[in-house]
Design a protein around this ligand. Structure first.
Ligand SMILES: Cc1ncc(COP(=O)(O)O)c(C=O)c1O
Length: 491
């Protein structure tokens, strides 16, 4: 029986087996990328139309490592200097307009720079300033809204980012359970804190991305492959192994799959993880940094009907405004976060000078209120359905090995497949290098066609994406896809 409903931001569950089969096929073959003459044209676009961006970001290279402060900002051939954001669009310093499918990495389900929220934030800023370090009414309003919409959230502690919130959640789990180990799904991203940079982006990569992190920090973090519940190296095996060695404090998952579902789960995965957590007396943490409230006001847990012990929030929780993070969950665990001078002795210590400032809390609160009033997650989800359908039509017409699928407003457009490469592939490092290069070029090509994506492979839609905008975007992306062919790397 399907657990989806028609009026749900996630209108349907994509066929997991089909996606897995297509992913395998995509990376089994030599990759496709934009052909050289077309790519030269796109590079020319940047030279001719983005001269001011080129100059300002060239100067930035002298003062900022890599020239940009965001991992998600494209560098090929140089970063763009964005000066204006509104609804579905971005504008650069040279006055070029782009359809914005990065949406800041996910938080702006209402569309960028949504005026009704901005006005409220400015009002709060006028009255309370950006920060006081003392209680503010919007702390309560936001916590209450979350509590009222997500049954598993008795209490909510706001923090500065999703990374901090993931750190805090595993710390609270250890404090509460007095157990030692943390298990995550390989490829999952839970921010960049020492203990969670393990098996990021690609399952099985273990400490590959953990430069500068002492081995000791990673000793108690373990990963299992997506969907591997009872198999060799699967969740049950890890829980069993840990049982005799300090126990597992928590299993942390992105409920729609690692990297927002770039490696898809079967629909009953979360329920199975919940059952095993109960069996081994382990806390279940849902990292809903992306999914709450993008996929609905009750988050992924509302969609799956699975109740985690703790939930990690980020992004939407501050409506795209700064300092977006927090943990919520069961009273007994959450009470260990109690702050203030008289906090208890068994405290899970967290902090942050700017956390839960009036701007973040008011922005989060009013964004959620507006998302509910306007049904933004549903509208953004329908835009995600429309672009997925449009892209698959183009891909099929062109007979390319690419594919698109979506969970509501989270859309995966798989072309280069850089995060799908199998760690057991003897050609692993070359494949990753090659596909990363293609990803940069694909991202730049879409941008030159007027569409900004996340890493050239993910699309976050918003309520601002009308049917016309989506259809226009499909045409623009289609112009890139039709110039794709087997890629030859010139070194
Ligand atoms: C699932 C998930 N968890 C945690 C984080 C980290 O959040 P932040 O970037 O706010 O530190 C991210 C960021 O993209 C994320 O996608």
């Amino acid at each position: 029986m399907s657990i989806t409903e028609q009026a749900c931001p996630v209108s349907h569950w994509p066929d997991t087996d089909e996606i897995i089969a297509k992913s395998k096929k995509l990376i089994a073959e030599e990759p496709y990328g934009v052909n050289k003459p077309k790519m030269a044209e796109y590079d020319k676009y940047f030279e001719e139309k983005c001269a001011k961006s080129k100059a300002s970001t060239a100067e930035a290279m002298e003062y900022i490592p890599g020239g940009v402060q965001h991992n998600l900002a494209f560098n090929h051939p140089f970063p763009l200097d964005i000066v204006k954001a509104e609804g579905a669009y971005l504008w650069d310093l040279d006055g070029n307009q782009y359809i914005d499918f990065l949406q800041a990495g996910g938080p702006t389900v209402l569309g960028s720079n949504y005026a009704p929220v901005r006005e409220k934030v400015i009002e709060v800023l006028h009255n309370a300033g950006p920060v006081t370090g003392l209680f503010h009414e919007y702390e309560l309003k936001l916590a209450k809204f979350i509590h009222d919409h997500i049954p598993s959230i008795d209490k909510f502690r706001m923090l500065g980012s999703g990374t901090e919130a993931c750190m805090a959640a595993i710390r609270a789990a250890r404090n509460y359970t007095s157990k030692r180990h943390i298990i995550k799904v390989g490829a999952g991203y839970h921010g960049w804190s020492d203990q969670l940079v393990w098996g990021t982006r690609i399952p099985g990569t273990a400490s590959l991305e953990a430069h500068g992190i002492p081995d000791k920090c990673l000793e108690d973090t373990h990963e299992f492959y997506p969907n591997n519940i009872d198999g060799e190296g699967g969740l049950r095996e890890l829980l069993e192994k840990n049982k005799a060695n300090g126990g597992t404090a928590a299993v942390i998952v992105e409920p729609f799959g690692p990297e927002s579902g770039s490696r898809p789960y079967y629909q009953d995965f979360n329920q199975k993880v919940r059952e095993l957590c109960d069996e081994y007396d382990t806390l279940l943490i849902f990292d809903e940094v992306v999914t709450a409230f993008r996929l609905g006001l009750s988050g992924a847990q509302g969609y799956f009907g699975v109740t985690p012990d703790l939930t990690v929030f980020g992004k939407c929780v501050a409506g795209g405004y700064p300092a977006a993070g927090g943990v919520g969950g069961r009273c007994e665990v959450m009470d260990t976060f109690a702050g203030g001078i008289g906090a208890g002795s068994n405290r899970t210590l967290v902090g942050g000078t700017l956390s839960a400032n009036p701007i973040s809390c008011a922005a989060g609160y009013y964004s959620l209120v507006e998302m509910e009033r306007t049904d933004a997650p549903l509208k953004a989800g329908r835009a995600g359905d429309r672009i997925t359908e449009g892209l698959n039509k183009v891909i099929n017409e062109l007979e390319l090995p690419f594919f698109a699928y979506n969970y509501g407003s989270i859309v995966h457009l798989m072309t280069h497949g850089v995060i799908l490469v199998d760690v057991d592939n003897p050609d692993f490092m070359r494949q990753v290098f090659l596909r990363k290069k293609i990803a940069e070029e694909m991202g730049a090509a879409y941008t030159a066609e007027g569409v900004i994506t996340l890493a050239g492979s993910r699309i976050y839609t918003s309520m601002a994406d009308t049917d016309d905008i989506i259809d226009d975007a499909v045409k623009r992306i289609g112009r890139v896809l039709e110039k794709c062919e087997t890629y030859v790397l010139d070194l």
